[in-house]
Design a protein around this ligand. Structure first.
Ligand code: RIB
Length: 285
């Protein structure tokens, strides 16, 4: 049995730095350009693995050079790729602008990610998914995880309208502060069947909302360079610690430290920290 099964997207990220992000209809000059492995699903799988979990990834890649790059990440991080299919489509791409303050703006082209079905999942203590794959696959991952007795976790990003049909299968929903409002607020999500809502708030920390009330997790102070993948790092690390038996507030503190460290260097996958680095920050915080 795996600790964490991540069902989700894998992208090659095409990243340009800019002084400030362009507005609608505007062209701005870029500084540097780089390609990094990414995708919300793969980022979360890498974060769980680097946090010490045994991880399986369920996703889809094309038959192209980007796929080779992303498969090598899975191999390097010891992530099981038995359930990663190769399909007749381009591997997913994300076009990302990163501003001087570390904020980003992202366009995702799903490509092969649009073919993920989640019809066959490996057994795991925690099932984690997001919304860069078709919603029927998201629901299938969560319902199959629930039926198998796993802890089920949804990161509703990129945010889309979701109904109680999906939320009823969620033990934990992990939106950021903008996503939670677009989904109708914490009370609505709890009333729709989710057991706990973990709201990530960037430099203001994170909040745990349950029927028992609210717990605030203090932020870790770092100097951000590139926030791409920080939310994914939080989600993957959180699930790794839940699989290891931590309670939610303890797992959230670890995840907050991991997410903070992710913002201190460039790119998504390359900036996801190892468990040892997270523990150093935790011991200082
Ligand atoms: O959450 C960050 C990720 O969103 C990037 O790696 C990009 O691929 C998009 O999926």
């Amino acid at each position: 049995m795996f600790d964490v099964c991540v069902v989700g997207s894998a992208n090659l990220d095409l990243v340009a730095t800019v002084d400030r992000l362009p507005g609608p209809g505007e062209t701005v000059a870029g500084g540097s350009f780089a390609e990094y492995p990414g995708g919300k699903g793969l980022n979360q799988a890498v974060a769980a693995a680097r946090s010490g979990a045994a991880v399986a990834f369920v996703g889809a890649l094309g038959d192209d050079g980007a796929a080779s790059t992303l498969r090598s990440v899975m191999t390097h991080d010891g992530i099981d790729a038995t359930h990663v299919t190769t399909v007749q489509a381009a591997t997913g791409r994300a076009l990302i602008g990163v501003s001087a303050s570390g904020e980003n703006s992202i366009i995702v082209v799903a490509g092969a990610n649009a073919t993920v079905t989640a019809n066959d999942l490996p057994a795991a203590r925690v099932v984690l998914t997001q919304m860069e794959i078709p919603l029927p696959a998201v629901e299938r991952a969560l319902s199959a995880g629930r039926a198998a007795g796993a802890i089920t976790v949804l990161n509703p990003a990129p945010v889309l309208p979701i109904d109680a049909g999906i939320l009823r299968w969620c033990d934990i929903v992990v939106p950021n502060e903008h996503e939670v409002e677009l989904l109708g607020g914490v009370e609505h999500l709890l009333a729709s069947g989710a057991g706990a809502i973990v709201v990530t708030m960037g430099s203001r920390g994170a909040e745990l909302h349950t029927a028992d009330g609210l717990v605030h997790i203090q932020p870790f102070t770092v100097v951000p360079v590139d926030t791409t993948g920080a939310g994914d790092t939080f989600c993957g690390s959180l699930c790794a610690r839940l699989a290891a038996g931590d309670d939610l507030p303890t797992a959230m503190r670890f995840a907050s430290a991991a997410g903070a460290l992710c913002t201190t260097s460039d790119g998504a996958v390359p900036s996801i920290p190892l468990r040892a680095a997270v523990e150093v920050l935790l011991s200082e915080g």
